[in-house]
Design a protein around this ligand. Sequence first.
Ligand SMILES: [Zn+2]
Length: 103
Amino acid sequence: MNSPGVFPCSRCDQPLSRKGGEFYLIDIRAVVDPVSARNLVFEISDDPEFEISQLLKRIDSLTEEQLVSEIYQRKLFSLCPNCYVTWMADPFGRESPAPRSST
Ligand SMILES: [Zn+2]
């Protein structure tokens, strides 16, 4: 698996190469609901200073990585053609657990 330009399918571990048409790149971006995020910062209460202090406390309690992951995450996966078809039909894996190579 250490050959240059060869990498495993993210689902079944089958070796894939960068030659054209042999795999699918899945690019998933998850962004927090922007309405909720806006409300978190700008929600008007009877005591806006209290709201801001609570927000700052919450921000202080999170690492930068946690803070970023709560707002935005991006994941890239490479799938072989068979796994691509299966994944597209059931992206949340409700019906088909991933096959795993026995190596
Ligand atoms: Zn696969």
